[in-house]
Design a protein around this ligand. Structure first.
Ligand code: THU
Length: 130
């Protein structure tokens, strides 16, 4: 199944009673495995978790550490870009060139690289002391 189909499928399972905005994310690690996530909201609003974060947690919990490609889908008029926090979370496990595909249920699609989404990203190298 394509990442888009996986993302659309998991999106249906999203728990979004407060925003009513369901999001699905599917990522592929270099070995070909696919991990999915959906947004999970909470009555204490800031405790909600984005779809991308869920997919990354599933990846790490299954022993993978690299995002080769990630697709995010939502029922929006235009492709939804990952929020700022999710851009940072994606960057942790991707390269500057990794493709982030954003899609709508109606078939609109936009692709950007991690570097385009998060220019000047803070990373582990900024904590080097030498
Ligand atoms: N959301 C995601 O899951 N991913 C995004 O890329 C954008 C926003 C969720 C968070 C919240 O549950 C809902 O969409 C509305 O912001």
């Amino acid at each position: 199944m394509t990442l888009l189909l996986e993302a659309r499928k998991v999106r249906e399972l999203a728990y979004a009673p407060y925003s009513g905005f369901k999001v699905g994310a599917a990522l592929r690690s270099p070995d070909g495995r696919v991990f999915v996530g959906c947004n999970v909201e909470n009555a204490a609003y800031p405790e909600g978790v984005c779809a991308e974060a869920g997919a990354i947690s599933a990846m790490v919990a299954n022993g993978a550490r690299e995002i080769a490609e990630i697709t995010v889908v939502a029922d929006s008029p235009a492709p939804v870009p990952p929020c700022g926090g999710c851009r940072q979370k994606i960057a942790e496990f991707a390269t500057a060139h990794t493709r982030v595909v954003m899609a709508t249920l109606t078939g609109l699609e936009m692709t950007m690289t991690v570097a385009e989404l998060l220019p000047g990203a803070f990373g582990a190298s900024h904590m080097d002391k030498s």
